[in-house]
Design a protein around this ligand. Structure first.
Ligand SMILES: Nc1ncnc2c1ncn2[C@@H]1O[C@H](COP(=O)(O)OP(=O)(O)OP(=O)(O)O)[C@@H](O)[C@H]1O
Ligand SMILES: [Mg+2]
Length: 353
């Protein structure tokens, strides 16, 4: 392989994985149970969905996949996807959503940039004063709608959250044929439900857990299949283990391991390639992570902060990601090479109330 060919293969590998951007339908892996939950909700009038999970768990990717899956299954479904930010208000949210939905079905592609449709969009019905009932009345004009509102945790305006909860309640009470899919981190669900206890009944909560080793393996397989490469079983297991359930790292390690093999004109990835991939990934670790690590471990005296931090990262957690001081004892003992009781490091742990 000459240098140009090698360069081209490196670029192909980089395109086959997606460490930074949410994935689209083509390379989407796993999440069968979550997709089924959402599809079930979409077939029941009055039911809406909230997808929640930790940062980077793959919420937006799932929402992207849904647009495609439901878009083809339900021929008449129109979709609008909107990202919230800290300036979002109730009125700006619905203005943005309605400008994505054409008045005439199939007038423009799903999620088409609003306003370009000559027949107009639902936005033209929005009154000066946007209320939950006004929104419901407009949505009743169109049936079979799927509306995805991403990053609801970024909404800072409390009134907007309250009005959003009221809207869900109103849509549900009037059995309007529209499904709202809200996406955000776990706390945003609590905030939403705190606004309206009865919203709980209208919302199906779909949790996005970290991905299983099988699902992570599927990400590697999908990427490698696209570039005609293979991987040894132990190398695949190592990438999956290092990723700790977070798909971003699987993509990142996958790219670097495949590129290490390409650099030696091989099509099969070995365990040695994953060692190189780990070094590369660590070199490129975000500056913010390096900064946080420094802040967590820096001290003018000799401390065990680095060891305790590592032990915490390795500790067994409950399903919500929490651990107790005694969970840290086992990994701490391995790291220090001697038995460590909690009293040996408990002063380094900050306990939550
Ligand atoms: N099912 C999947 N198959 C393949 N790759 C995935 C999948 N889910 C997520 N990813 C990858 O993981 C990374 C994070 O995914 P995504 O952006 O969807 O997470 P998120 O939960 O929306 O994150 P955030 O909370 O930061 O918005 C992306 O690089 C994406 O390519
Ligand atoms: Mg996201």
């Amino acid at each position: 392989m000459d240098a140009n060919e090698r360069f081209e293969r490196m670029a192909q590998v980089a395109r086959a994985f997606s460490p930074s951007a949410p994935i689209d339908r083509r390379a989407f892996a796993g999440r069968v149970s979550q997709i089924n939950d959402v599809i079930n909700a979409c077939t029941q009038r009055g039911q809406h969905v909230v997808i929640f999970g930790e940062r980077g768990a793959g919420k937006t990717s799932l929402a992207n996949a849904l647009v495609h899956i439901l878009g083809t299954r339900f021929a008449t479904l129109a979709c609008g996807t909107i990202n919230c930010d800290r300036t979002t208000t109730f009125a700006s949210l619905w203005k943005a959503i309605f400008s994505e939905i054409p008045l005439v079905r199939n007038a423009s592609p799903m999620g088409g940039r609003g306003g370009s449709d000559p027949e107009g969009t639902l936005a033209q019905f929005l009154p000066e004063n946007v209320t939950p009932d006004a929104v419901r009345a407009i949505l009743q004009k169109r049936d079979r709608l799927l509306i995805i509102i991403d990053e609801i945790d970024r909404i800072k305006d409390k009134t907007t959250t309250t009005l959003l909860a009221d809207t869900i309640k109103s849509l549900s009470d009037h059995s309007v044929d529209v499904t709202l899919v809200l996406v955000g981190v776990a706390e945003s669900v609590d905030t939403l439900i705190a606004e309206h206890e009865s919203v709980q009944r209208a919302l199906i909560q779909v949790q996005m857990p970290r991905m299983s080793p099988v699902e992570l393996g599927e990400i590697i397989d999908n990427g490698l299949r696209a570039v005609g490469m293979t991987i040894e079983q132990n190398a695949k297991q190592r990438i999956s283990k290092l990723s700790q359930g977070l798909p971003h790292y699987t993509h990142l390690l996958g790219v670097h391991a495949a590129q290490a093999a390409v650099a030696e004109d091989r099509r099969n990835i070995t365990i040695d390639d994953t060692h190189q991939a780990l070094q590369k990934t660590l070199q490129h670790a975000q500056q913010s992570i390096a900064h946080d690590y420094h802040r967590a471990t820096v001290s003018s005296r000799e401390t065990r902060y680095p060891q305790v931090l590592l032990a915490c990262a390795l500790a067994n957690t409950d399903q919500h990601g929490y651990f107790t001081a005694s969970d840290v004892s086992t990994p701490m003992s391995v790291i220090m090479g001697k038995p460590c009781e909690t009293s040996a490091f408990s002063q380094h742990l900050l306990t939550s109330p």
